[in-house]
Ligand binder design. Structure first.
Ligand code: NAD
Length: 372
């Protein structure tokens, strides 16, 4: 395969694009035919003319019929899958744990599909890992959004008119997003505390100059892929108790806690929120997977009775779509290049360990029992 198609995103709320002109140019130089649906990049700041300058062709949606390799940010619609030819390849975020019907559609139409979520978290695959590249930006943006929303200044200021003490941040969940949130809050001059159930992150938190909140939950740990293991109900209760005081003192809480393939853990209860100061802000980064905070509504800003603002912003990285698309596009390019030869372009070698995990539909079949 040496022909690439970048359709417009099927979700009208998506602001990112899967390939930016600079990466399109690299493919064109390597002899690929790059086809981009008209206005696919506009929301992230890339005009059709930029793609044309890079050597790509601007086409309409009907190009799907002849597309070989299709890359997008979000999942396609059923109609989009039905329009494709058998044997073509699709790459995007697919949310395979929750989109079983969509996978059936791919299988029924003989379209092979790879899910970015299922790329293994190995050193070699890091360059293709959109979960990391996008979480990093989302963690950054969560802090920027909180900073813009909160009614206080962030850094300590000593002035003749008095001293302003630094804003207190509490970051819950220290994966990729949490680490970037800590780093961003520190850069802005905040005082930062953080907690994660994986004890290994304590060192990382400290190295960013933040304080690790210690709560003894007994046996926790992580999977071989570095993901958190799900806590027992008793452990969640212990965690809530341990966190209540830190929450009450925090001006900003950013929750990023996720458990791979499961609903996000509900960590902050309404009672804990009711103990917070009026004007405090919570950004629940797990809003779309169920929320870490009781009272979060995905896509909404909720003010509680005691004046705490809970932001359930969806697609945080999509608020900075030029940067997010740049990273996403590099991940797409790295994926394709990794499995390509100069002569033949992309080759789907299903025995390759990365593809074995990422390809969720192959040859008319769903490859993983968990998605059937
Ligand atoms: P994630 O988005 O799945 O979860 C975010 C964080 O929430 C994790 O740190 C998790 O431990 C934490 N969490 C889960 N339940 C919690 C709870 N009840 N309370 C508090 N925190 C809770 O995680 P992620 O950002 O994808 O990162 C997970 C791990 O994978 C990290 O160790 C990261 O360094 C690693 N990783 C490795 C690679 C690679 O090797 N290529 C790439 C990306 C991430």
């Amino acid at each position: 395969m040496k022909s690439l198609f970048i359709p417009k995103e099927c979700n009208p709320e998506e602001t990112r694009v899967a390939l930016i002109p600079a990466d399109a140019e690299k493919f064109v130089k390597a002899g690929w035919s790059v086809n981009v649906e008209s206005s696919a990049g506009v929301k992230s700041g890339f005009a059709d003319a930029d793609y044309q300058k890079a050597g790509a062709k601007i086409v309409d949606a009907a190009f799907l019929k002849e597309a070989q390799f299709v890359a997008s940010v979000g999942k396609p619609t059923k109609e989009s899958i039905e329009a494709r030819k058998p044997g073509s390849f699709h790459l995007s975020l697919l949310d395979p744990f929750n989109e079983k019907e969509l996978l059936k559609d791919f299988a029924a139409h003989g379209v092979n599909a790879a899910s970015f979520e299922m790329i293994p978290r190995s050193t070699i695959a890091q360059k293709m890992d959109v979960l990391s590249s996008q979480s990093n930006l989302a963690g950054y943006y969560a802090v920027i959004k909180a900073a813009e929303t909160i009614n206080k200044a962030i850094p300590m200021m000593m002035t003749p008119a008095g001293t302003i003490s630094p804003l207190k941040f509490f970051i819950v969940g220290v994966g990729v997003a949490g680490l970037q949130a800590i780093a961003t809050a520190k850069r802005l001059g905040g005082r930062v505390e953080a907690f994660d159930t994986r004890p290994v992150v304590e060192e990382q938190v400290k190295s960013l100059g933040a304080k690790f909140v210690k709560i003894d939950l007994g046996e926790t740990g992580q999977t071989a892929q570095g993901y958190a293991k799900e806590l027992t109900p008793e452990q969640i209760e212990l965690q809530r108790k341990g966190m209540a005081k830190v929450c009450a003192q925090a001006d900003v809480i950013i929750t990023t806690a996720k458990v791979f393939g499961r609903k996000a853990p509900r960590i902050i209860t309404a009672e804990m929120v009711s103990g917070m100061k009026p004007g405090s802000v919570i950004v629940d980064m797990a809003a779309e997977s169920g929320g870490n905070v009781e009272g979060t509504v995905a896509g909404k800003e909720i003010t509680t009775e005691n004046g705490v603002l809970i932001l359930g912003i969806k697609n945080l990285e999509g608020r900075i779509p030029a940067s997010a698309s740049q990273m996403f596009s590099a991940n797409v390019r790295n994926f394709i290049e990794h499995f390509s030869t100069p002569e033949d372009g992309f080759k789907l070698d299903i025995e390759n360990p990365i593809l074995k995990s990422a390809v969720v539909v192959y040859d008319g079949k769903i490859t993983d029992e968990r998605f059937k």
